[in-house]
Design a protein around this ligand. Structure first.
Ligand code: PMP
Length: 370
């Protein structure tokens, strides 16, 4: 080891899903919960009309156009909105800002795998709270002393939604630390599932959202948080002590356009939800089981065939789904909801794989996998 390496801050990084480069052949990407539909038409228009002078100058450090569009969408004042480079940036800033207690923060044992990475990076003590047998968060487990609480709703990778009343019961019981509700997938869970509206009642509640999923803008990297003005001020102070210009000018512009097109949002979300519900039927018929997801993905387990084997078989067909290693999750696949056509290709590949496999096993070639 080189002497200076002893001074390195070392951390085990989060591993994002693969972004394979399309090589002109077929590629069905169901591994990172992207939206299969394009961003709203206004985004295309903005990009077409883009004045490159916008790139010559520094962007607006407070991303006012985007902040105001988000504030308008939620019916709150702009001092309740914080924007960042994807919700990962917002969440990272929020961990750094709010989780500075010697008491451990709490999050589910099966959840977004970036949480333990930020905790390690920032030296935040943490405790993973087990989900119940049916993969659900038990609100009562969070009603104890803590340095903060964070969980996604719907949870990832399970897709399970916690009722608003249960989320509120956690917030209500947590009076001395900040509760972060990560609503990355909330738009797929139907109207009325969000706890954004509770932010004016609970000063220690921060709701984090993203434009990566329901708005089809993962490549633009836009996330935001809604909270009380005091939380938002604290977040801004930390962000401005680190990097003034996080949001680039193009993302500010296209993000504002997307947030204003509520009709397009509803249409694409409904299309994804319809396909998701159909996927539940089709995958169940093929022997899969899964928690009843209200997100844009399914967390599926096959009753007979190991997940790793299915994952490899699909990959050979250029169909990418996500397979996680780790206790309890390694026999599951997280399958993002694509277009109907993409999902039909998934079902066809699975059917072929299962029937070929069955033939080999029946013929006595046990042990061989495709
Ligand atoms: N929260 C959860 C639960 C997620 O699954 C993701 C996507 N990886 C994010 C936050 C971050 O998404 P983004 O940075 O694209 O907004």
């Amino acid at each position: 080891m080189k002497p200076w390496e002893a001074n390195f801050r070392s951390v085990t990084p989060y591993v994002p899903g693969e972004q394979p480069r399309p090589d002109g052949g077929r590629l069905i990407k169901l591994n990172t919960n992207e939206n299969p539909y394009p961003p709203c038409p206004g985004v295309r228009r903005r990009l077409q009309d883009l004045d490159t002078d916008l790139l010559r100058r520094y962007p607006d450090p407070s991303a006012s156009e985007l902040t105001e569009a988000i504030a308008g969408y939620h019916g709150v004042s702009a001092d309740r909105v914080f924007v960042g480079v994807g919700s990962d940036d917002v969440l990272g800033m929020a961990f750094l800002t709010f989780f500075n207690s010697p008491k451990p923060i709490l999050f589910p044992d099966v959840t977004y795998s970036f949480y333990p990475v930020w905790a390690e990076l920032f030296g935040i003590p943490c405790e993973r709270v087990p989900l119940d047998e049916a993969w659900a968060i038990r609100p009562g487990d969070y009603m104890r002393e803590n340095g903060g609480i964070v969980f996604p709703n719907p949870n990832a990778p399970t897709g399970l939604l916690m009722e608003k009343e249960s989320v509120e019961s956690i917030i209500r019981s947590c009076r001395e630390s900040v509760v972060i509700v990560d609503e990355a997938y909330i738009d797929f869970a139907g109207d009325g599932a969000s706890v954004c509206g509770l932010c004016d009642r609970y000063e220690n509640l921060l709701v984090v959202r993203t434009l990566s999923k329901s708005y089809s803008l993962a490549g633009a990297r836009i996330g935001y948080a809604i909270g009380s003005p005091s939380l938002i001020r604290a977040l801004k102070n930390v962000k401005e002590s680190y990097n003034s210009y996080t949001m680039n000018a193009v993302s500010i512009s296209v993000g504002a356009e997307a947030v204003r097109d509520v009709r397009y949002l509803k249409e694409t979300v409904q299309a994804v939800v319809r396909t998701r519900e159909r996927a539940k039927e089709r995958l169940r018929e093929m022997g899969f089981t899964f928690p009843d997801s209200e997100a844009n993905f399914l967390f599926a387990h096959h009753t007979e065939v190991p997940a790793a084997e299915i994952y490899q078989a699909l990959r050979r067909e250029h169909i990418y789904v996500r397979h996680f290693d780790g206790p309890r999750v390694s026999d599951y696949l997280r399958i993002s909801v694509g277009t109907d056509e993409e999902m039909e290709m998934l079902y066809a590949s699975l059917e072929t794989f299962f029937s070929e496999r069955q033939k080999i096993w029946t013929a006595g070639g046990c042990g061989r996998s495709f």
